[in-house]
Design a protein around this ligand. Structure first.
Ligand code: ZN
Length: 196
């Protein structure tokens, strides 16, 4: 932790950063909303090269987009709505990743009684017929096919959000390999994930 504190202490003082940060006082105009897992191995700005102000982020356990439920406020719905309606974002990336603990737990049907909040949150991912639980990927540590399926389920959820329906929003399904840095994108014409 100390290295983080030391870095944060000097962050704003770096001479080559002053002008870029000062301009951010005028506001933000992010080019995309990037929805991904909380996993520390997935760093959206590193993957995309986004600079401050360029990428709006939503990180959840297992990059789950909860079902849109009017009358039940959620941070996820608020973030998505703000990105589209206020910031004018028209591209949303849902990025799953290899070796995902959340998807792995679903696929392997792990006992999550010790982490009831995680268990209940992951139920959001299985309210639909996601086909994740007990799928054939159990032996695959990267749970690749399960993550692909999971990403597309979240993209479908996004389509049910009123703010997405009301605007011309482009939805992108990505898969990131934490051990190689490779990014694959879903191609709707072939229904496959291929390298960007
Ligand atoms: Zn994950």
């Amino acid at each position: 932790m100390q290295t983080f504190i030391d870095h944060a202490r000097s962050f704003g003082r770096a001479a080559d950063r002053g002008d870029e940060l000062a301009a951010l006082a005028q506001g933000q105009a992010p080019q995309a909303l990037f929805i991904t897992c909380s996993d520390s191995r997935v760093i959206p700005s590193l993957i995309t090269g986004a600079r401050p102000g360029e990428l709006f982020e939503l990180r959840t356990a297992g990059n789950i987009v909860p079902p849109y439920t009017p009358g039940h406020p959620s941070s996820e719905a608020a973030t998505i709505e703000y990105a589209i309606n206020v910031l004018g974002v028209r591209d949303i990336v849902v990025c799953g990743h290899s070796h995902c603990g959340a998807v792995g737990a679903l696929v392997r049907g792990e006992d999550l009684t010790a982490v009831p909040a995680v268990r209940d949150w992951l139920r959001h991912a299985t309210t639909d017929d996601t086909g994740l639980t007990g799928s054939a990927d159990t032996a695959d540590p990267a749970v690749e096919r399960a993550v692909h399926h999971h990403v597309l389920t979240q993209v479908l959820r996004l389509r049910s959000y009123p703010c997405v329906q009301r605007h011309d929003v482009r939805l992108h399904g990505w898969y990131y390999e934490v051990h190689t840095g490779t990014v694959r994108a879903h191609r709707s014409d072939t229904d496959t994930f291929t390298a960007l």
